[in-house]
Write a protein that binds this ligand. Structure first.
Ligand code: NOJ
Length: 553
């Protein structure tokens, strides 16, 4: 199996400072031409990622799945879904990435399986109280004949969190729990057999040579004993994170699972790492996921959720460094992923909820693309100067905006269906990437098929167009990543600087970093020499919605 040679110096684990690029396999590159991206497609584009200058890739799920939630519904954790290729394709992709000094982490989905998983199929056939039912969360219903769900919990994707089954004798039977879609039944993590199975799954991928795992729903695996009723407040964030004391998010017992996995990973060479997807109400709580014997990283969602506001942005950066620092973990930074509105659109949203519920043709007050892009470039310029590990989401290096005009008939996100079209959901950030301006499907494949339609105006964002333009977003990302690496900005500390109430400013060694989030240009002083500008400008005053790295004197 492919093994990676030690890249980082001994004692400096790679994940502390890595820039990790998220690949959403169905939308990255499609070698087979069926309109859905695949593993050979990824392999064929690794040179582009090496040229971009990232340290690692994280792959969203590519395991066997009926794709009811784009692969976050796994039917076989030890195989590759045929739409993405084969295990041999995976091994080849991994070897090719490692040959380019790119580490690979894979998505692990332990909160729930697909309803097509053999265990769930066995559970459906088995009797209440059986070993097979005990691997999932089956309960009798309330009401005279069990006709009411066991409690009042509401699914993240809309509707109730329980589905009633028909027993083997044809009568209406028990209910099973699904935080997400009914096709995603939750495992019971108090069950020893479930724990053992996942140890084995971790080993399966570690033995193949992966460098770690992004752990899906790392805050949801254990539910409060007794499953007490709970109704979220209206504006609670749907993935979690909106409120304290939610009986299905952030239960203390999840930490035992991660301590166990930490030890398992430590048996392997090469600093294998766990990164948790845990949407929690505070950074203080989030830091509990990365205590020294638990996960190595966790996503910084409070940072991602911060609106374009200097005071709020400065505060969340301070608090992140402080809280993660207290437990000896690096802070992570992230602005976009496959679940949220792309930051080149989101940062121009003026709505109360900065994430929106997705953006579609009927959304009022759509974000302004030019303002969004300027802010996105500035936000990334600031982010990549911060100490710690940063996550990038495929396409943000091109400055891609959210696809806001996807016609209803193309939508695939279960959120759209479960809410009867009330919430557009996440398809707008999942549209296949444009590689070449003048090719079919913008070079995503050579047949022109694309599982979600690509906006015609994306020709301007195509990688070949941007490669040729030194002022493009792609050129900016390449410069940022090269300078970050050359100057070792992923590690170390920062010193805050005062540039006024509308700016965020700090110093990393002799590099000064400032972002202008206000409404007036910000004079930086006569003696500045710019290393990098988030968008080109003359003179020494930082324009609105712009960030820069510079030296003084
Ligand atoms: C979080 C994933 O990022 C999201 O895409 C998915 O729908 C849910 N977890 C359920 O697995």
């Amino acid at each position: 199996m492919a093994q990676l040679e030690q890249i980082a110096a001994p004692g400096s684990e790679w994940w502390r400072s890595a820039v990790i690029y998220q690949i959403y396999p169905r939308s990255f590159a499609d070698a087979s031409g069926d309109g859905i991206g695949d593993l050979p497609g990824i392999t064929s584009r690794l040179d582009d990622l090496q040229e971009l200058g990232i340290d690692a890739i994280w792959l969203s799920p590519f395991m066997t799945s009926p794709q009811k939630d784009a692969g976050y519904d796994v039917a076989d954790y030890r195989d590759v879904d045929p739409i993405f290729g084969t295990l041999a394709d995976f091994d080849e992709m991994l070897a090719q990435a490692h040959a380019r000094s790119i580490r690979v982490i894979v998505d692990l989905v332990p909160n729930h399986s697909s309803d097509q998983h053999v265990w769930f199929q066995e559970a459906l056939k088995a009797a209440p109280g059986s070993r097979e039912r005990g691997r999932y969360v089956f309960r009798d219903g309330r009401g005279k004949n069990g006709e009411l769900p066991p409690n009042n919990w509401e699914s993240v994707f809309g509707g109730g969190m329980w589905e009633r089954v028909v027993e083997a004798d044809g009568t209406p039977g028990q209910w099973y729990l699904h935080i997400f879609d009914p096709s995603q039944p939750d495992f019971d993590w108090t069950n020893a057999e479930v724990r053992e199975e996942f140890r084995s799954i971790l080993r399966f991928w570690l033995d193949r040579g992966v460098d770690g795992f992004r752990v899906d729903v790392a805050h949801g695996m254990v539910k409060e004993a007794g499953l007490p009723d709970y109704a979220p407040v209206a504006d609670a964030d749907s993935m979690g994170g909106g409120e304290e004391n939610v009986p299905y998010w952030g239960q203390d017992e999840v930490h035992d699972i991660y301590r166990d996995w930490h030890q398992l990973l430590a048996e392997y060479d090469g600093d294998r790492a766990l990164c948790g997807e845990a949407w929690l109400p505070t950074l203080k709580k989030t830091a509990l996921w990365v205590r020294p014997d638990e996960m190595h990283q966790t996503f910084n969602f409070p940072y991602l959720m911060t609106a374009w506001d200097a005071e709020a942005l400065g505060a969340v950066i301070r608090e992140s460094l402080d809280e993660f620092g207290k437990v000896g973990a690096p802070s992570t930074w992230v602005l976009s992923n496959h679940d949220v509105v792309r930051h080149a659109s989101r940062l121009a949203l003026t709505a109360e909820n900065p994430q929106g519920e997705g953006i579609g043709p009927e959304t009022p007050d759509k974000p302004d693309t030019a303002i969004g892009l300027a802010r996105a470039r500035a936000a990334t310029t600031l982010m990549l100067a911060l100490p710690g590990s940063s996550y990038l989401y495929q396409g943000e290096e091109l400055g891609l905006p959210e696809a806001m005009e996807i016609p209803d008939e193309f939508r695939q996100d279960p959120t759209w269906f479960r809410t009867n079209g009330e919430r557009y959901g996440r398809d707008g950030c999942r549209v296949p990437l444009p590689w070449e301006a003048d090719a079919p499907a913008f070079g995503f494949n050579d047949t022109g098929d694309s599982w979600l339609p690509q906006p015609a105006e994306w020709t301007q964002y195509a990688r070949d167009t941007e490669s040729a333009d030194p002022t493009s977003t792609l050129s900016l990302y390449k410069e940022l990543l090269a300078e970050r690496r050359a100057r070792g900005l992923g590690t170390g500390s920062l010193i805050w600087e005062d540039a006024g109430a509308d700016a965020v400013a700090f110093r990393r060694g002799d590099i000064h970093v400032a972002a202008n989030l206000g409404t007036e240009p910000l004079e930086l002083g006569e003696d500045v020499t710019f290393v990098l500008q988030s968008q080109p400008f003359d003179g020494t005053a930082l324009p609105v919605d712009t960030a820069a790295w510079y030296t003084k004197g």
